[in-house]
Ligand binder design. Structure first.
Ligand code: GTP
Length: 216
């Protein structure tokens, strides 16, 4: 093999940074769970407290993250959680490589809606999409209504990664995006054609068991 061919093969195998290769990552979850705040914390390292202004439509931020020797460009899309924007955001699921699905640990309804979100993801996203469940606002210990174990149990049930985060203090925010980047690199190196989380299989089973799901 000549050295040029060798180089191109090692680039393919080890995923050396290619600025044209972006991994589309989408933040989803009910309105007010902290999607915009999580992205601002990750991108700018700050939290803007105060009045809540709901996202209208959808927008993205590019961020290059380094995992070991490998650089990964994440194109992170912040979606509007409000029901009236749902049809707009569905269109963006199709070519997503990763989805960060958020609930608010102080809001039972945002946690209860996670199953319905996963059903939507099943319907609109690709079967090998990386999914991460995030219990946000972990700094609000006094207002907590969803135990950490409940989040862990739900994530285990659906075979997705789980973490609690705080967009306010920054806890686990970088780690969440790093984990997504690692997972995306790992997949392209180890099993390029094999989805790891078979979310479609799981949601199929759930549908048969419960006849669910829709948003309330
Ligand atoms: P939509 O744009 O409507 O989908 O909402 P969103 O999910 O983007 O929520 P947003 O980031 O706008 O946050 C909603 C409210 O929660 C704001 O008042 C934030 O300041 C607050 N908030 C977000 N994350 C945290 C957090 O980790 N801790 C605390 N204490 N407050 C947070």
């Amino acid at each position: 093999m000549d050295s040029e061919a060798e180089d191109s093969q090692s680039n393919a195998v080890y995923g050396v940074y290619n600025e044209n290769l972006t991994h589309k990552t989408i933040l989803v979850g009910d309105s007010g769970v902290g999607k915009t705040s999580l992205l601002v914390q990750f991108d700018q390292g700050k939290f803007i407290p105060g009045s809540f202004s709901a996202t209208v439509g959808i927008g993205f931020t590019n961020k290059v993250v380094t995992v070991g020797d490998v650089k990964v460009k994440l194109q992170i899309w912040d979606t509007a959680g409000q029901e009236r924007f749902r049809s707009v955001t569905h269109a963006y699921y199709r070519d997503a490589h990763a989805l960060l699905l958020l609930y608010d640990i102080t809001s039972k309804s945002s946690f209860d809606n996670i199953r319905a979100w996963l059903t939507e993801i099943h319907e609109y996203a690709q079967s090998d999409v990386v999914i991460m469940l995030l219990g946000n606002k972990a700094d609000m210990m006094n207002g907590r209504v969803i135990k950490r174990e409940d989040g862990e149990r739900l994530a285990r049930e659906y075979g997705v990664i789980f973490m609690e985060t705080s967009a306010k203090t920054g806890i686990n925010v970088d780690l969440a995006f790093m984990t997504v980047a690692k997972e995306l690199i790992g997949r392209s190196v180890e099993l390029p054609h094999e989805p790891k989380f078979r979310i479609h299989d799981v949601t199929q089973v759930k549908k048969q068991e419960t006849g669910c799901c829709s948003f309330t």
